[in-house]
Every structure is written in C-alpha cells, then in structure tokens.
Design a protein around this ligand. Sequence first.
Ligand code: PHE
Length: 453
Amino acid sequence: MTNRENFGSRAAVIMAMAGSAIGLGNIWRFPFIVGEYGGAAFILVYIVCCFLLSLPILLSESIIGRRTHQNTFGAMSTLAPGTHWKWLGLLTIVSPLIILSYYSVVGGWSFAYLIKACALQFKPENVEEVTGMFAAFSSSVWGPLACLLVFLGLTALIIFSGVKKGIEKFSKISMPVLFVLIVVIAVYSVTLPGAMDGVRYLVKPDFSKLSSDAFSAALGQSFFSLSLGVGTMLIYSSYVSKDENILVSGTGTALFDMLFAILAGFAVMPAVFAAGIAPSSGPGLVFETLPYIFAKMGAGGQFLSAAVAILFFLTILVAALTSSISMMEVGVAYMVEEKGVSRTKATAGIFFLTLVLGILCSLSFGTLSGVKLLGNTIFNFCDRLCSNWLMTLGALMFSIFVGWKMDKAAVRDELTNGGTLKANSRMFPFIYFLIKYIAPLTIAAIFISGLLA
Ligand code: PHE
C-alpha cells in the first residue's frame, strides 16, 4: 500500500467531515424540503432522525474507515475477505461519482449566479426577468456547461493537491468563513420587514401539518446532508489517526451540519415570507426566489442587497466545493490504492468520467429534456437513484455490516480506542444497540413504507 496521509488534528478531521456534510443539501435542499413538509414540526422530526438513525450510520462508516485505513473497496475486502461485502465497497465507489456528476451541475449554477450577482444583474427594475432567468439559464447549453467545467475543475484541483494540502487546507479555511457568512445572511434576512412570519414558521411546530411521508423525507434529507451511505465518511475516516476520538468527531460533524442547516433555514425562509412567496416553492427556491428577493427588497439600499446576494452565492459555491471534493476522493483513493494509478492520473480520470455524465445531466434541462429514464430526465434520474435508493441501501448495509458481521470486540475497540476512552466505553452498549437494531430496522421500515406509499 502507498504511504497514506492522515488529517493533522481533531479540528482538521471535524472541518473536513463537516465540509463534506455541509453543502447544497443544507442551503439549497433543506429550506425547500422544510417548506414542503410544513416547517418547525418537520425540523423536529429531522433532528431526531439525525441523532437516532444517521449518527449511528456515520459512526459505522467511521469505524470501518479508521479500522482499516483503506479506501472503501479495500476496507470491505480486508474486514470480510472473500465475501460479497466487497460489492458494498464497489457500490460506494460508483454512487458518489453519480452524485458528483449532477451535484456539479448545481455547483456550476451557483458559480454562474455568483457572477450574475457580481455583475449586479438582479435589478429591481426587471424583477420578472430575474425570476425567468433561472429557466432560461439552466436550459441553455454553453453557460451551464462552462460553469460545470469550472466547478469540476476546482474540485479536481483540490483533490489533486492531496489529503493534507488539498482537502484539509481547503476545509480548514473555508468552514469558519462559511459559518460567518451564513450568520450574516441570516441576520439580514430576519431583519427584513415582514420576516417574523418566516421565523415563526421555523420555530413554532404545527404537528397537524406533518404528513406520513415526512419521515422518509426527513431520513433521506439527513442521509444526503450527512453524506451517508456512499463511502465519503468512510474514506475521510480512513485518514483519521488511531488516537482520535471518532465518537467526538462524528457527533461534532452531525452537530455542525444540523446547526448550519438551521441557520440556512433562517437565511432563506424569513426572506421568503418577507417577500410574500410560498415557502413550498420547491427546488427553485434558492435560484429563482432568492434573487427575486434580493432585487425586490433592497432593504438598506441596493448596495447592501447586492452585497448580500454576492455573499449568498459565494457561500453556496464554497459549501458545494467542500462536499464535491469528498465525493471525488472516494474514487481517487480507490484508483490509487487498488489499481496503483498515480494521484494525478486518478484525479484526471475521475474528472473526465464525471464531466461526461455531468454534461448529460446539465443538458437534460434543455436540449436533452426529451430523453427520459424510467420517466425521469437524466438529472432527476441520477438524483432519485442516489438519494432514494443507493444512499439508503449503502447506509443500511454499513450498519448491518458493523452490527452483525464485524466482530463486536473490534467495534468496541475502535469506538473506545482500545478501552482507553472511559466515557465512550460507558456509552458503548447504547451506541452498539443503535447500530445493530434501531438504525437498520427503522431505516428498513421507513424505506419499505416509502415504497408502498
Ligand atoms: N452532504 C452534502 C450536502 O449536504 C452532499 C453529499 C452527498 C456529499 C453525498 C457527499 C456525499 O450537500
């Protein structure tokens, strides 16, 4: 095996993992899902899902990754040699690459919108144009493709620089900046006239609004948001040294991710209410509604709203990049460690592969919109395939593997650093119970009920 790098400190581990977790899922997806499923009550369900179901999966991936210090395929082959578990390793190489392809399309849009914001294109005189801008832009050919290329190129550049000089450095610089930015935007948003209705919507639960499919939506959202079931947390954990406390880094990651999602809710929803727009306006919320709001409201003058628009799309772009690098790393680590390819060649290979699929996903908003896979456009097909199926399947398999296949003593050893972490040792029976029974059974039940619904 090649000389592997490790993250340099606990802060680096948490920043990298939180970097993977915090992304479009928090800023783009979370607000509109909360909007669709009725606000505060959904957020409560989401929080419970995160801690009871998603955190055990995150810990399962951490246990496998840190135990083996290998890529996903190597890890499964080492822990369960000669078994079919290697397919789980392979699945988690393919699925992050599919996600990376369509994720980069949206990452490219945020780059484009950052440029539009800098060019002061969200003007109050042409508000109709601002809302129509998204459909026109996303269905065009060259603009989105150029932005996709830039986004994937930046991702490849960071990955190419390595674990410490690339992933660790970029995450350590950008995560604190992201938190500051989202707080600034949230403060701006809640102080807009009429914003208080949006705040109420986020903090006052109305359980009558909770539909039965809210549970599978909350679970899906928390898997997506915490980057679970696709090997990204496994690969990052494989760069964690033996003396780190993976219970602390895992819990820290989940807490930061949740905090960021809630802050993003406060950045988006109050502004949406202030502008009198329906909170359930769906995926277009961030790219259609927000530029409209920035153009229309202009609280504190046009200069301030232009500045906030720039900060907002910069936040999305950087958050998306700290996530996309984690997706690319899974495949690159596999190519380097299993196939003996150099890091440069592996990065280039994965870059081109995802670029091709990314181009198809991007064109499926315009030129290729007629091409349907099981009734979905290419972009939607990739998204549904991954977020509804592959992530859940991967998550389920990881918890079954750690709970039922791995030796219990090895699991305890990993979670307690050979029994030296006393608090972890005391909590071990509870965590093991979550991993072995609660997580797989509940995930399977929610998954099956979602299929039948
Ligand atoms: N968690 C990321 C987000 O919230 C998305 C992601 C999914 C990242 C899967 C890695 C793997 O945007």
